[in-house]
Design a protein around this ligand. Sequence first.
Ligand code: DAH
Length: 338
Amino acid sequence: MSLDNAGIEQIKADALSAINASQSLDELREVKIAHVGDRSPIARANQGLAEIEIEKRAAMGKLIGTARANINQAYDDKEKELTALRDSRALSNERVDVTLASNRNPRGALHPLTLLTNEISDLFVGMGYTVQEGPELEASWLNFDALNIAEDHPARTMQDTFFIEPLSSGLVMRTHTSPVQIRTMLENEPPIYVICPGRTYRADELDATHTPVFNQVEGLVVDKGITMAHLKGTLDHFAAKIFGPGVTTRIRPSFFPFTEPSAEVDFFYNGRWVEWGGCGMVNRKVLQAAGIDTEIYTGFAFGMGLERTLMVKYGITDMHDIVEGDVRFSRQFGSGGR
Ligand code: DAH
C-alpha cells in the first residue's frame, strides 16, 4: 500500500463516496465493513504506520488520523440520517386513517326466541332443574303412544302431524316437546327436574298467529310426594319471573292424554287472563310406560308455546316478525350486534 498523501486522500475519498451513496441501513452496514471497520484500507494504513520512516511518521499519523476521523464522522452522520428516514417511513406506512369508512361486518343479534329460551333455562337451572333436549325428527311412539295418545285418538289428527315417508319409518316431526319427557324418564331415575325447550312442527299455514315451525318449553318433575300445589307454585314463579313481579296464574280443568288431572294455564297480564299452555299431573300410564314405579313417585308436567309467550311479553302482533329473521327486528331485544 502506498502510504503517501495522495494514497490517503484516495482512501478517504472512496470511503466518503461509498458512505454517501448508501440508501439504506443495510447498505451502510456493508460499507462499514469495507471502509470503516478494522480491515478497511484506512485501518490498514494506520497499522502500516509502524513501517514508515520515523521522521515521516508523525505527519503521516496525523494525516491518517484526520482522514479516519472524517470517515467516522461521515459514517455516524449517515447512520443517523438513514435511521431517521427509516422511522419516518415506518410511521407514515403504518399510519391508521381513522376517517376511512369502516368495512367491519355487522355482528347480527341473537333471535329473541333464543334469548327467551336462555332466560327460561337460566330461571329453572337456578331452581335445580337441568335442561334436556330431544330430536326434532322423533319416533312416533315417543311423540304419541308413550304419551297415552292412542292410534285412533283425535289428538293425533288434532295435532296436524308432519309424517315422514315411508310411513313405515314410524317417524314424525315432533308435534310437541312432550316426547322429551319420555326420553328423560327412560334415561334417568327420579328425582327428575327438567326443562325441555325446543322446536316443534305442525301442518299449519303461516299467518299472523300461526306458524308450522314453532317452539315450546316443557317442564317435568317426578319425585316422591309431588302434588298439584307444587305445579301451581312453580307456574306462578315462572310467570312472575318472565312477565314481571306480581303476575300470577290460574289453572282451569282440561284434558290431555298424558296428564290426569289436566289443566289449561292462564296468566293475568295487563288486566286480562291470557292463555299460556297446558299442564297437569303426569298420567300414571305415562309414568309406567317410562318404567317409573307409580307406588313411590308422582309428577307434574307443563308445556307452553314460546312464540306466544314472546308475543304477549313484548306486544308483538304479527307472527311474521318472529319467523322472518330480520336482524332489525332481533336487534330491538338488546342482543348485541351493531
Ligand atoms: N304437549 C301439549 C301441546 O303441545 C302441551 C302440554 C299440555 C304439555 C299439558 C304438558 C302438559 O306437559 O302437561 O299442546
